[in-house]
Design a protein around this ligand. Structure first.
Ligand code: GLU
Length: 479
């Protein structure tokens, strides 16, 4: 049997990290078993529908590197088929028309509540064989005939055996009074028509499963295997949401996380392979199965994700990182260095050190932005402080020696800084390196400044010092 899984998100405008993990597990399970993962958009809520939200889902899935098989299926486009299945169920006597008004239903709910009964609807139309024509201005809904006794067993690959007494199942609605199919019906029909063999989804859907099985049984279809994944919780143990920090894939992308870091993190959040923490996509495909998915909900650990991200940034190829950081440099630092070959070369030369220090791409960009700056540029508050007082004398001495240096390497820059420290600062390197850093980067945080100066080159270094020294004479000119 070919395994067929599916990822069927609703287009809400963003992809929650929990949904991303569901997609990942479906993808891994299909890949591990040489099967297929299908992608369906559950877009039946037309009142709130937006194509933009659909595009967000597609982009997020692509960004995560989770490809799908075949065409994307729109649930809304299958609505005629959903209605046809409801008609079939009516024809076989497995479903019926119900004309209850909202007021009648409200009364039934009250009564059931008072008597402590789980099922509110009293099934008054179940055996009426009504023909579906409007009555007294009321259009009927179509309800399923759920079994009244016995029990339903769901063999869940994560939760184990889940048993529900059938008396707790209601005759739920398949078609609303306007003729539109409900989620419960659409999901079952689509899964069947798409040949889904494994339904792997969040455990918030576990309650729906015995109901969905009623439709499957009535149609005589094969019951898929189920695996309900526990929720992802925030660090405080409550359902992970925006108030815990970023909760969507898009936010993590914007914060400078690499997709492989997010996938690795989400993989481990709810599944394990011994003590392995860093797991490549290939390894995950080889190792993943549902038997090691945790039953208990997992708490999101931002620090762990950050450390995985730092790992994957270190591993990433420099040209790929450059491609990723250029748009961020433009957006965050207004630096258009795409066409500027010199700045790109500097960035590439500085990349090994930058990526060694970075926890996110934003961090990397902020620390490396100085490579793309053009004189005159501004100095942040701390840099301005570092450029004040005796800094001018130190920078002038540095500039003089840098100009005369026969070679301009990390080593010669370091040696010159040490000489100036010896001459002017009682051998202390800090009062030399800090103004130099401020002059070259406009900040006080950067990778090794000797290395940075060597990458900038002799002329640029001298010019930046010059601009900073002039700035300390007349700060307005360079700010
Ligand atoms: N559209 C549903 C959701 O986004 C998924 C339904 C399912 O997996 O059966 O939660």
């Amino acid at each position: 049997m070919t395994i067929v899984t599916r990822f069927p998100p609703s287009p809400t405008g963003f992809m929650h990290v929990g949904n991303a993990r569901t997609a990942l597990y479906n993808w891994l399970y299909a890949k591990h078993h040489g099967g297929r993962m299908l992608f369906r958009i559950e877009d039946t809520d037309r009142a709130r529908h937006s194509e933009e939200a659909v595009v967000t889902l597609i982009n997020d899935l692509r960004w995560l590197g989770l490809d799908w098989d075949g065409e994307i299926v729109s649930q809304y486009e299958q609505r005629d088929r959903h209605v046809a299945v409801a008609q079939e169920l009516l024809a076989q006597g497995a479903a019926y028309y119900c004309y209850c008004t909202p007021e009648e239903l409200a009364d039934m709910r009250e009564e059931a509540k008072a008597q402590g009964r789980p099922v509110a609807y009293d099934r008054r139309w179940r055996d009426q064989n009504a023909d579906g024509k409007p009555r007294n201005g009321v259009n009927p809904v179509v309800r399923i005939k759920a079994p009244l006794d016995g029990e339903t067993l769901i063999r869940d690959k994560v939760q184990g055996d889940v048993r529900v007494k059938n008396e707790q199942l209601d005759d739920f609605i398949l078609l609303r009074s306007d003729g539109s199919p409900t989620y419960m019906l659409s999901v079952v029909v689509d899964d069947h028509d798409m040949g889904v063999t494994h339904v792997i989804r969040g455990d918030d859907h576990l309650n729906n499963t015995p109901r969905q099985k009623v439709i499957i049984d009535a149609m005589g279809w094969d019951v898929p295997a189920y695996a309900h994944l526990p929720m992802i919780l925030g660090p405080d143990g409550k359902k992970m949401s925006k108030r815990h920090g970023a909760a969507s894939v898009e936010e993590y992308r914007e914060m400078g996380y690499l997709p492989e870091a997010l996938c690795n993190y989400l993989l481990r959040l709810g599944w394990s392979h011994g003590d392995d923490e860093i797991i490549s996509a290939d390894q995950a495909v080889e190792w993943f199965d549902l038997d090691r998915v945790n039953q208990a909900a997992a708490r999101f650990d931002f620090a762990k994700l950050e450390s995985l991200n730092a790992h994957y940034i270190k591993e990433a190829d420099d040209p790929r990182l450059l491609d990723l950081v250029l748009p961020i440099l433009r957006a965050r630092h207004c630096l258009d260095i795409t066409e500027d070959d010199t700045a790109q070369k500097r960035f590439i030369a500085g990349m090994p050190e930058l990526k060694d220090r970075a926890k996110t791409l934003l961090h990397l960009v902020d620390e490396g932005a100085f490579y793309g700056k053009k004189i005159p540029f501004s100095y942040d508050e701390k840099a301005q402080k570092a450029l004040s007082g005796d800094a001018k004398t130190v920078l002038e001495a540095l500039q003089k020696r840098f100009r005369g240096a026969p070679a301009f390497t990390e080593e010669t820059v370091a040696a010159i800084c040490k000489e100036v420290a010896q001459d002017l600062c009682a051998g202390k390197l800090g009062p030399v390196a800090m103004p130099l850093r401020a002059a070259l980067t406009g900040t006080t945080v950067s990778p090794s400044i000797f290395h940075a100066a060597a990458i900038l080159g002799q002329q640029e270094t001298v010019e930046r010092i010059n601009a900073a020294v002039l700035g300390s004479l007349s700060s307005r000119e360079c700010l």
